[in-house]
Design a protein around this ligand. Structure first.
Ligand code: GSH
Length: 213
């Protein structure tokens, strides 16, 4: 049985759980990280020397960390051609947006906006930095709107790697109290995601327990 180490409120854990659900794979999950702790024990550090979540174990020989590497492993092992095309050019269409989501979009959404509004006490918030980050999000997402006007999924005709890495971030984007650009195709895409039981169960998880007042 596949085992995932990590609390359900972590967005990086959610990527892995959503992927497993899309692939129809059963798994056990162990609550570690955050208030649960347990990710700095000697045993845990043998699985992930960085002491971060998620970690995935698949049988006795496969232990992985880094959510994107785990996601690619799962897609390559359990996915079909639709969710993870073998053709390098087709696959790269999803890879491209996944790298952009993790490197550009998430670094603004998670480390600036989410961190300020949820993980920083109100008195300590840098509101000028927040305003700049919210403007950056509008600019970043304006680049994805034309893509979603042309195709159903970020990765192409089917939900794939690009959607898994980008899409899970949208729950936070659409639920944080920020000014959002009017992007109808992105909104329709998010509605499609929220209608999927795999997304609702694994990604639409309240982050209130992470809030610092
Ligand atoms: N690049 C890593 C980042 C992992 C990461 O930063 N995980 C956070 C949670 S989202 C963590 O382990 N934080 C410590 C904790 O929760 O105790 C990945 O994508 O897996």
């Amino acid at each position: 049985m596949i085992k995932v180490w990590g609390r359900a409120t972590s967005s990086n854990v959610q990527t892995v759980l959503w992927t497993l659900a899309e692939l129809g794979q059963e798994f056990d999950r162990v609550n570690v990280g955050g208030a649960f702790g347990g990710n700095n024990t000697a045993d845990y550090l043998t699985m992930n020397p960085h002491g971060l979540i998620p970690v995935l174990q698949d049988g006795p020989d496969v232990t992985l960390w880094e959510s994107t590497a785990i996601t690619r492993y799962l897609l390559a092992t359990y996915g079909d051609e639709a969710i993870y095309p073998k053709d390098p050019a087709e696959r790269a269409k999803g890879d491209m947006w996944a790298d952009w989501a993790k490197g550009s979009f998430a670094s603004v959404l998670m480390y600036k906006v989410f961190w300020t509004l949820v993980r920083t006490p109100a008195a300590d918030r840098d509101m000028a930095m927040l305003a700049e980050a919210v403007a950056q999000l509008k600019s970043l997402l304006s680049k994805i709107e034309p893509v979603l006007e042309q195709q159903d999924w970020i990765s192409g005709d089917n939900l794939g790697y690009g959607d898994l890495i980008f899409g899970h971030l949208l729950y936070r984007y659409f639920t944080l109290p920020i000014d959002r650009a009017d992007l109808p195709a992105l909104s329709a895409y998010y509605d499609k995601l929220t209608a999927r039981p795999s997304y609702a169960e694994n990604v639409m998880v309240s982050y209130e327990s992470l809030r610092v007042e």
